[in-house]
Design a protein around this ligand. Structure first.
Ligand SMILES: Cc1cc2nc3c(=O)[nH]c(=O)nc-3n(C[C@H](O)[C@H](O)[C@H](O)COP(=O)(O)OP(=O)(O)OC[C@H]3O[C@@H](n4cnc5c(N)ncnc54)[C@H](O)[C@@H]3O)c2cc1C
Length: 388
C-alpha cells in the first residue's frame, strides 16, 4: 500500500517496508496453522526481536532502537497487515517496555529491557479483574509489605500471553502504607513464582496467543519488584496505557488492511456475470468506504503517536482514544465486508477471512472498550458531565 510521507519520515517508511518483508515470509497461513495446532509463533517473535523491531521504542543503551511508540506501532501494524497480528507487541514492548524505560531504576532497566527488546524476556501485563472489569479503580489484588519485600494476593482475568512470558507486570492496590489512601502500584512478578497460577481461557479468536485467568496466592516478591515510585500511581500507569491504545489502534488498522487487501484481490478475480464482481458498485463501494476509514484511522494513530513521542501525554490521551476507536470500527467493518465479498468462501478456513471477525471484534472491547472511549470523549473533549 502507498505510504504517507505527509506524516511519516523516510526512516519510518523504511521500517514498515522491512517489517512487511519479514512478516510476509511467514504470512497468514503460518499464523493460522500455529493457532490451530496450539503452537506458538516463537520463530517470528524471536526474528523480529533479532532484527531490532521489537524494542524500537526502548532506549539504545538497553538494547532498543531509541525511537518512539510510533515506530513500535508501525511494526505492529505491518505485522498485522501481513496476517500476523501479535497482541504481545502491545503488551511487552509497548506497555511494559515504556513503563520500565520511563520509571524503572537503572538496575531494573538493565535487567528487563534487553529481553523485552530481543524477545527472550517477554513480559505480560495484568490489570483486568473479574469483579472490576472496565472499572479498574475497583481492583482488589493487593500488595502488602512484608519485611523488606511484598506479598501479593488476588485474581486477574483475560491476561494475554502468560504462557509466553517469564514475567508479568501486575497492577495491585496498596493500602497499608499508613496514609489511608489506596494507590495502584506496579510489580514485576515471575510467572513461575510459588503461589502464581494461570489457567487458559478457551477463546474463539484464531490466534496462537492465549488469554488466562491468573491467581496470586501469597506471592512473595523482593523490594525491587516494584517499578516506579510507590506513590507515582496513576501517572506511571497511564504512561503505559496511552502506548497501549496507540498499539491497539495499529493492531486494528493492520488487521483491517489485511482484510481489505484480501477482499480487493478476490473481487478482481471472481467472475460470475462475465465481469469481475468488483465491477458492481454493491461490492466496490463498501470496500472503498473501508479504504477511507482505514486511512483516517491510520492518520489519527500517527497523530497520537507523534504527540506521545513529543512528550505531550495529555494531548496524546485524547488522540490515542480517538485513534483506537476509529481503528477498531474500521477493522470490524473491513473484516465483515471482506467476508461478504467472498460469499461462501468467506466462511471457509481455506480463504481465512471469517477468522478475522473475532480478532477485529476484540478491538471494540480491549484494551479499552468502545463505550469507555465514548465516555472519555463526551467528558474530556466535549465537557459533558461524567456519565459513569
Ligand atoms: C483478547 C483480549 C485480550 C486481553 N488482554 C489483556 C491483558 O493482557 N491484560 C489485561 O489486563 N487485560 C486484558 N484484557 C481485558 C480487557 O482489557 C477487558 O476485557 C476490557 O477492559 C473490558 O473489561 P470486561 O471484559 O470485564 O468488560 P466489562 O467491564 O464487564 O464491560 C462489559 C461491557 O459493558 C460496557 N460498559 C461497562 N461500563 C460501562 C459504562 N460506564 N458505560 C458504558 N458502557 C459500559 C463495556 O464497554 C463492555 O462493552 C483482554 C481482553 C481481551 C478480549
Amino acid at each position: 500500500m502507498t505510504l504517507t510521507p505527509f506524516t511519516e519520515t523516510e526512516e519510518r517508511q523504511a521500517l514498515r517496508r522491512e517489517v512487511a518483508k519479514l512478516a510476509s515470509a511467514y504470512g497468514r497461513e503460518y499464523f493460522t496453522e500455529k493457532a490451530r495446532a496450539g503452537e506458538k509463533t516463537t520463530e517470528l517473535w524471536l526474528e523480529i526481536g533479532k532484527q531490532g523491531f521489537l524494542g524500537t521504542n526502548v532506549p539504545e543503551e538497553y538494547g532498543g532502537g531509541g525511537g518512539g511508540i510510533g515506530d513500535t506501532a508501525a511494526v505492529c501494524e505491518e505485522l498485522a497487515a501481513q496476517g500476523c497480528p501479535l497482541l504481545l507487541m502491545v503488551v511487552s514492548p509497548a506497555i511494559c517496555g515504556t513503563i520500565i524505560s520511563r520509571y524503572g531504576t537503572e538496575a531494573q532497566k538493565q535487567r528487563w529491557l534487553p529481553g523485552i527488546c530481543d524477545g527472550t524476556g517477554t513480559m505480560a501485563f495484568a490489570i483486568t479483574e473479574p469483579d472490576a472489569g472496565t472499572n479498574t479503580h475497583k481492583i482488589t489484588t493487593t500488595g502488602r509489605k512484608d519485611g523488606d519485600g511484598w506479598v501479593l494476593n488476588g485474581r486477574k482475568v483475560w491476561i494475554s500471553g502468560i504462557d509466553e512470558a517469564d514475567h508479568v507486570l501486575v497492577v495491585a492496590r496498596v493500602t497499608d502504607d499508613g496514609s489511608g489512601r489506596v494507590k495502584p502500584v506496579l510489580f514485576v512478578v515471575p510467572t513461575d513464582a510459588p503461589g502464581f497460577e494461570a489457567t487458559a481461557i478457551p477463546m474463539e479468536i484464531v490466534s496462537p496467543e492465549r488469554q488466562f485467568q491468573v491467581y496470586l496466592d501469597d506471592v512473595r516478591l523482593p523490594a525491587d519488584a516494584v517499578v516506579g515510585d510507590e506513590d507515582g500511581g496513576l501517572v506511571q500507569l497511564f504512561a503505559g496505557l496511552n502506548p497501549e491504545r496507540i498499539m491497539a489502534a495499529s493492531f486494528s488498522t493492520g488487521l483491517a488492511r489485511f482484510a481489505l487487501d484480501k477482499a480487493a484481490a478476490y473481487v478482481k478475480e471472481r467472475e460470475i456475470w462475465g465481469v469481475p464482481i468488483g465491477a458492481h458498485q454493491g461490492l466496490a463501494h463498501p470496500l472503498a468506504q473501508s479504504k477511507i476509514e482505514i486511512e483516517l484511522a491510520r492518520l489519527m494513530t500517527q497523530k497520537a503517536a507523534a504527540l506521545y513521542d513529543a512528550g505531550l501525554d495529555a494531548e496524546a490521551g485524547e488522540a490515542a482514544n480517538m485513534a483506537k476507536y476509529a481503528a477498531a470500527e474500521a477493522a470490524c467493518d473491513a473484516a465483515d465486508r471482506a467476508v461478504q465479498a467472498h460469499g461462501g468462501n468467506g466462511i471457509t478456513q481455506e480463504y481465512g477471512v471469517a477468522g478475522l471477525l473475532v480478532a477485529a471484534r476484540a478491538g471494540r472491547i480491549a484494551p479499552v472498550s468502545r463505550e469507555m472511549i465514548l465516555n472519555y470523549v463526551g467528558m474530556h473533549s466535549l465537557g459533558l458531565p461524567k456519565s459513569y
